[in-house]
Write a protein that binds this ligand. Sequence first.
Ligand code: C5J
Length: 241
Amino acid sequence: MSKHRLDPVGTIAAEPSSIAVEWRKTALVIIDMQRDFMEPGGFGETLGNDVSRLANAVKPCAAVLDAARDLGMLVIHTREGHRPDLSDAPPAKIERGAPSKRIGDAGPMGRILIQGEPGHDIIPALYPIKGEVVIDKPGKGAFYATALGEILKQHEIENLLVCGVTTEVCVNTTVREANDRGYRCVVLADCCASYFPEFHEMGLRMIKAQGGIFGWVSNSSAVLDAIAQSAPKSISAGGAR
Ligand code: C5J
């Protein structure tokens, strides 16, 4: 898988303990880095949230994405959203709360949370490139009603590096689904964000509590360090001979 001669196994500093991963059995999963959540005028803002709170996650996530691409790691992007006819949007989801606009209503980035609309797309800084997997999901978890499980099996993936928004909603739901399916999930704290800083913190604490009940919590620099340490000295010191 790797474009470089990496050691097959890397060790990522994490909590509650460091974790050894086989790189070729590891995928990067970037959850819902969509304009609808990240930019004014989208779904996140219609719910009354300050979307600027998510911006900090973009740069670290882009650094990990670059490294993953360089290694030839399987990269998976997810997008939460619904068909234009709303046939996959449960009324219980559409009717909930008192948002300024509901799912399917027209907004400045097109219809809210609808596939194919500008707001549903991934932000330019993390835009998928050819060969990367994009999973459209109607729910909060990336396994529900998608082909994600089959795709991970085809690629013999055992470990997931998880980034995205929001920490306590789609990231946590996906990690819990993945954990029940036997994947080791390493959530990269600085690559995730929430509209509520306290939920971000608690979302991460819930994952790593009790010996890592749902997985591990790490960060972008620990992953980049682990990759650098897996590289032969000639590469980590500045290029392959
Ligand atoms: C939410 C998500 N927060 N991607 N979705 O509704 O976390």
